[in-house]
Design a protein. Structure first.
Length: 92
């Protein structure tokens, strides 16, 4: 499972609507509105890097109101909790 954090710069007034749209996209498990240089952060969980590329470029970056995206790919998770249970997206 590949986990990525996709940060978004969003047009003024579009944050809530885009957050709701992002949650409808398969592979997006959570969306947070945040303070700082970005407006939203989406957590993506996919099986392959190719799936991540498609998710970001074909399903997310082109949404109306998205000005810019930046994607961070996670190498390893460090947690006191069982992240597999917390973020289980099931199997196909």
């Amino acid at each position: 499972m590949i986990t990525a954090f996709v940060m978004f710069t969003i047009a003024p007034g579009a944050v809530k609507a885009l957050a709701e749209q992002l949650l409808e996209i398969p592979g997006i498990t959570e969306v947070y509105s945040v303070a700082g240089p970005y407006d939203l952060v989406a957590i993506a969980r996919v099986k392959r890097h190719e799936d991540l590329a498609d998710l970001v470029t074909e399903h997310m970056a082109g949404l109306t109101g998205v000005i810019r995206t930046e994607t961070l790919t996670a190498f390893r998770a460090f947690s006191k909790r069982d992240l597999g249970l917390m973020w289980d997206v099931g199997t196909d």
